[in-house]
Design a protein around this ligand. Sequence first.
Ligand code: GLA
Length: 372
Amino acid sequence: MRVTATNDASVRTWAAPGRVNLIGEHLDYNGGPALPFAIDRTTRLKARPRTDGRVRVWSSIAEGSVEFGVDTEPGQVEGWAAYVAGVVWAYARDGHALPGYDLVLDSDVPLGAGLSSSAAVECVVALAVRDLQGLDLGAAQVARLAQTAENDYVGAPTGSMDQLASACSEDGHALLVETRTEPPTLTSVPADWAADGLAVVVVDTRAEHSHATGEYATRRSECEQVAEIIGVEQLALAPPDAVLKVEDPVLKARLRHVMTETTRTRAAVRALRERQWEHLGTLLTASHVSLRDDYQVSCMELDVAVDTALGAGALGARMTGGGFGGSAIALVARDGVDRVVSAVESAFAGARLTAPRTFVVTPGPGAHEVRG
Ligand code: GLA
């Protein structure tokens, strides 16, 4: 049985976006800044309460439905529905007695593309539960519940950026997330490159990435090791001479990325505010080089996308998100978008790579109820 909005007044609808991170990569678990924006692609949820303590969820990406109790525990629900069950669990862990729900998910955020499709699911469910229960929680607290689901139910050791971007972004703005404070400090920064004839193009490389496994967790623990060597709690707050204290060349490179990316991100915030697009582009490209060479989280497909976009006239380009696959972004003059897209498509075909998906994204609103 599908839940439809047309014949049931108790059904309400919410939407939560995916995100692109403009710059500030792998800093959200290091006490540094990140500058994501919510994209104009969302996960939508139709929801109505039940009274039997059960949650039943349907998704446009899967056959049939998944059912679990509001007393679900980590490990009981797996696959796509774990992101839903994790949110229910996070609320229960905070002491909220939930009645149960029927939920229907639908999304145009590409899955596995590094555009935070999972954060969009978590945030849309967290917001719907808040509103259905009439809870007095702000958007950042909704994001925190969503992150708890990701970290402690799904088991992916990610930072706070994705859920904050999905839950707290303002339409037409990027969201500066400063993670040196707890909770993170959030500042909306106008992001209107479109008014100056520019666009941000996403290249979804279709190369697989997964944060629940290996490399992401390895980077986190490398950063913790370096922080201990230097004697700082958060790596992004390391003093300029800290590199001198780290002998291991790999750890030194990780630190170099965190320090230079922190500086670049602050410069990018200024460039965005002052509409210095050439400068912003240069910073994006420098960020990619650092992620590729020092942090070593890029891959061949991402490098091909970035190099080709730059060769075809992009002002700047970089991988976005956790890396090891997923998407790249390019800042491009609007009338150069077709040239960049066809150059990237040809380069992928020439290298016998799976055809990428390309599309323009614009900064949209954070999670919200869809009325009317
Ligand atoms: C993933 C994680 C985020 C962040 C980025 C890298 O998207 O979910 O928390 O760490 O990688 O910046």
